[in-house]
Write a protein that binds this ligand. Structure first.
Ligand SMILES: [Zn+2]
Length: 423
């Protein structure tokens, strides 16, 4: 009899200890709710537990009686979508209670979070924009968004153009381009506005774009040129097609990527220019967006596009800044040789290439007509000339528009002035 009693006591102790042990091994589940402060439809709950989840419940706005539950069936993680779309816009509280699958003493965790439910897409109003532009040219737009705290961007196909916004975030200005390689029918400058809740609204800017033909040019490349440039640009010997393509293709692609990273890192948001851009003196030698065919021993070896204008004057002539701005680059850059890039604010940049000498360095402020260096033939240049280019964001555009006071006033400055005017 005594033996049986002892056995029962021992058994009870073992079972009790094992239950206790079992429950101690169970950790509380973890829950993670959507982190945004604003939502437009639902809140996502991620529940997890190292040994399995039991019941996961949620309730809205403190109404614990109205809670709804699911059984996660012992899975270690479970994603639950709490649909708020039937509720009225405004602030709502979402509470979640999750239990683990411990059969004896389920561990529970609860968390509540408040959200602003906003199902209304933001409004965007086109206040003013350039009406007439040309393929390869620039334009400007001013839009307003009555709702604050929106994210706004302008896209043209794969290209993005950044807006400058007022302090309230309700008025926005951007300079944008019709890239020369985009057909008129495919040119769709689109303003995309997204609010904090993720609602979006798109607006198509109705510009009238004139198509244009770009003059074609054929260049005969002498072996002696390749020989000289291969040493300068590649630091190795070569006088044939291979060396030429390494410079004219591979290096060109790298140089363009570098220009894109330089311009996208530029810091001056507000336009710094004052009046029309200055054109350095000299004879025009090559035009913007000229398609070029390269011949070596009468054989076609390459095709490229010329993204600036070439101006030839006296050798080693002083080269002047086209307008006020900040120097953001002054270095040797492959096909462009010694190259200076100036940020004029408003996402507008000018570039001065093939220089024999550079008189400025990054971070320097320059005034219009201030000397930045001297012309030369460094990089992919046969003779002494200035390669001058204008970029809107990373898109090269027709530089001559910016030399024209009437064009600059009506196409860009008038729209910027509307943006800056008091409401
Ligand atoms: Zn050029």
């Amino acid at each position: 009899m005594k033996k049986i009693l002892l056995l029962i006591i021992v058994l009870a102790l073992v079972v009790g200890a094992s239950i206790l042990g079992l429950s101690r091994d169970w950790q509380k589940p973890a829950i993670k709710l959507t982190e945004a402060t604003h939502v437009n439809q639902s809140v996502v709950v991620m529940a997890s537990d190292n040994r399995g989840l039991g019941e996961v419940c949620y309730y809205l706005d403190g109404k614990i009686d109205g809670k709804s539950c699911i059984n996660a069936g012992g899975s270690t993680s479970y994603e639950l979508t709490v649909d708020l779309s039937a509720l009225a816009d405004g602030e709502h509280e979402v509470c979640v209670v999750a239990a683990d699958a411990n059969p004896y003493f389920p561990n529970r965790i609860s968390e509540c979070r408040s959200y602003v439910l906003d199902k209304v897409p933001p409004r965007v109003v086109l206040e003013s924009a350039t009406r007439y532009m040309q393929r390869g040219g620039g334009a400007a737009v001013f839009v307003s968004t009555p709702e604050r705290e929106t994210n706004i961007r302008l896209t043209v196909g794969e290209h993005q153009f950044r807006f400058i916004s007022n302090a309230e975030g309700t008025r926005h200005f951007a300079v944008f381009a019709h890239p020369h390689d985009v057909e008129v029918a495919d040119f769709k400058p689109m303003v995309v506005v997204e609010d904090l809740a993720g609602n979006t609204r798109r607006l198509l800017i109705g510009t009238v774009t004139k198509d244009r033909q770009f003059k074609h040019d054929t260049l005969n490349i002498p072996h002696s040129f390749i020989e000289r440039k291969s040493l300068e640009m590649l630091n190795k010997e070569g006088a044939g097609k291979e060396a030429f393509l390494e410079m004219n293709r591979t290096m060109r692609v790298e140089n363009r990527a570098r220009i894109k990273s330089i311009t996208s890192a530029a810091q001056s948001p507000e336009p710094l220019w004052n009046g029309p851009f200055y054109r350095n003196l000299g004879a025009p030698k090559a035009q913007f967006a000229e398609p070029r065919t390269y011949l070596l021993d009468k054989e076609v070896i390459d095709h490229q596009t010329h993204y600036g204008i070439d101006i030839a004057g006296l050798a080693k002539m002083p080269i002047k800044a086209a307008n006020n701005g900040v120097v953001i680059f002054a270095e040797y850059l492959g096909i462009y040789g010694n190259c200076v890039i100036i940020d004029h604010g408003g996402r507008v940049f000018t570039m001065y290439a093939h220089l024999s000498q550079m008189d400025v360095s990054p971070g320097m402020n320059v005034d219009k007509k201030e000397v930045v260096g001297r012309s030369g033939n460094t990089g992919m240049a046969g003779g002494d000339h200035l390669h001058y280019a204008t970029y809107i964001s990373e898109v090269p555009v027709e530089p001559s528009e910016w030399f024209d006071p009437a064009w600059l006033q009506t196409r860009i400055n008038d729209i910027y002035n509307d943006f800056k005017a008091e409401e």
